[in-house]
Design a protein around this ligand. Sequence first.
Ligand SMILES: Cc1cc2nc3c(=O)[nH]c(=O)nc-3n(C[C@H](O)[C@H](O)[C@H](O)COP(=O)(O)OP(=O)(O)OC[C@H]3O[C@@H](n4cnc5c(N)ncnc54)[C@H](O)[C@@H]3O)c2cc1C
Length: 134
Amino acid sequence: MLVAGDAAGHLLNNGYTFRGVDMAIGAGIAAAETILEARKRKDYSAAGLQSYEKRLRREPSLKDMYTFKRVPGYLRNKRLYGVYPELICSAAEAVYRIDGTSKRKIFRELRGQTKGRVSTLTLIRDLLGGARTF
Ligand SMILES: Cc1cc2nc3c(=O)[nH]c(=O)nc-3n(C[C@H](O)[C@H](O)[C@H](O)COP(=O)(O)OP(=O)(O)OC[C@H]3O[C@@H](n4cnc5c(N)ncnc54)[C@H](O)[C@@H]3O)c2cc1C
């Protein structure tokens, strides 16, 4: 049996795209080619259908599943949905708001905004984790 598309878990959410259609098409083509080959050889055994996996590994859209394999784990970080968006919004407000008070340099402003919200070590760890993941 050959499984393709959603049923085979050929889905990718890397945080900025949610894909499955292109992967289902790629896997469907790979499955069809494998079946045609098996038909020619009259061999539908598991061993005879193994070229399906090789085709899947060559398929560009499915290669992306390996490229972004760390993403699901990284996206479980709750700070991405709370602390960091809040930090970005409050830092932007502090930088852009003109209210008659004097301004701090941007880097000092950003450092100030993190106080009590996230430690520098955690912030660096999350940033490096993001760089490794994407
Ligand atoms: C809300 C949402 C948003 C999405 N957005 C995107 C996007 O922006 N871009 C993207 O690339 N992907 C997106 N996807 C994912 C994408 O829709 C799927 O990855 C893709 O449709 C998978 O195709 P498939 O052929 O494997 O499965 P499906 O499209 O689910 O096709 C399976 C078909 O089999 C039928 N079926 C089920 N059981 C049986 C049965 N027993 N007998 C006969 N027929 C049966 C179903 O009715 C269905 O028509 C999104 C998915 C969701 C839910």
